[in-house]
Design a protein around this ligand. Structure first.
Ligand code: HEM
Length: 311
């Protein structure tokens, strides 16, 4: 089973689209776009070689039941349950359909989003659209390089992002979790570089990891560094993008994490928002507010085609 493009790099430009179904019984336009998507992106890749056009499609828990009655459901696909810590909240927000469009030029990403919107028509309404950009040398909008500790080898990325034998009916699928964060840049900029580095756990200029003893326990890369029962490191594949509207004072990170099991992403979130031990919350959250939080299932390419065909 071939996964969708869940292991691709974040890219230069991205559009994140979250839709809700307007009428649960009107599924034809949705199935039509899910069926056509591979051909649409293939055509654009052929016409614009080297521009890295791709589009991942995901389905939310409620929509799964409406769109594919009679099909089994991925075992961890249910609406995201908000995480409420003493100080920070990771809210749960609705979403039925999700598209993660990537291309080296925003115009090409727009082309895909426009074709999707044209086909979906009024069978859906948009909940959220974020246009993200690669910031400088791959930095989050807060000025730190983002993505360094992602699994590097394709083999590792696939292991962490795509389902294997643990859920045989959904092999090649992936759990995509998205969150739209806005940052308080005035407060963030008021910190010294050393204080910012302690919040992230890496040096700002050259991206070197802070050594043990210097890196605080509430650094972002300390709380999100988690291990499994045998002490092995558990990872997800992140493809975050920066977004901004500087004149309005809006500076954000669109977080997206692909995982073979949502439990890994959820544990990272719990560590950030509640803390392990409780209270050791992520220092980044003192400058970042999560405004959305939605879980989608990204079927393998073969399953997506079968679901769209309805067989
Ligand atoms: C406020 C939004 C966020 C920003 C600006 C952000 C930014 C960063 C940066 C700059 C790094 C260090 C470089 C790297 O290894 O990528 C990092 C690491 C990481 N982040 Fe985030 N991140 C955000 C949210 C999240 C969320 C919600 C999760 C998980 C659910 C997460 C998971 C991770 C992981 C697993 C690492 C690597 C940790 C390690 O070194 O082992 N991040 N992030």
């Amino acid at each position: 089973m071939l996964p969708q493009d869940v292991t691709h790099k974040p890219g230069q430009s991205a559009i994140f689209l979250v839709y809700a179904l307007n009428r649960p019984d009107e599924t034809a336009p949705i199935k039509a776009i899910l069926a056509e998507l591979p051909a649409l992106t293939r055509s654009l890749r052929g016409r614009f070689p080297g521009q890295e056009v791709s589009c991942v499609a995901g389905i939310g828990a409620t929509a799964w039941d409406c769109l594919f009655p009679g099909w089994k459901k991925p075992k961890e696909l249910s609406p995201f349950v908000e995480i409420r810590g003493e100080k920070h909240v990771a809210p749960s927000t609705p979403g039925d359909l999700f598209f993660h469009i990537r291309a080296s030029k925003m115009g090409l990403a727009y082309e895909v989003s426009g074709l999707i919107a044209e086909t979906l028509g009024d069978s859906v309404y948009a909940i959220d659209e974020v246009q993200g950009f690669r910031y400088l040398d791959g930095r989050a909008i807060i000025g730190f390089v983002d993505g360094t500790e992602n699994p590097e080898l394709l083999e590792d990325a696939l292991k962490f992002a795509a389902i294997g034998d643990e859920e045989p009916d959904f092999r090649g699928g992936s759990y995509a979790f998205v969150q739209k964060y806005l940052h308080d840049m005035s407060a963030w900029r008021a910190l010294s570089t050393e204080e910012q580095e302690k919040a992230v756990g890496r040096r700002k200029y050259d991206d070197r990891e802070l050594p043990e003893g210097v890196k605080p326990e509430n650094a972002h890369n300390a709380v999100t560094n988690i291990t499994g029962p045998d002490g092995e490191e558990l990872k997800i594949v992140r493809a975050n993008m920066a977004f901004a509207n500087a004149s309005k004072g809006e500076h954000g990170t669109y977080f997206i994490g692909y995982a073979s099991t949502f439990a890994t992403t959820r544990k990272m979130l719990e560590n950030m928002f509640i803390g392990d031990p409780p209270g050791n919350t992520d220092r980044l959250l003192d400058f970042s507010v999560a405004h959305t939080g939605t879980l989608f299932f990204v079927p393998s390419q073969e399953l997506l085609a079968a679901l769209a065909e309805g067989d």
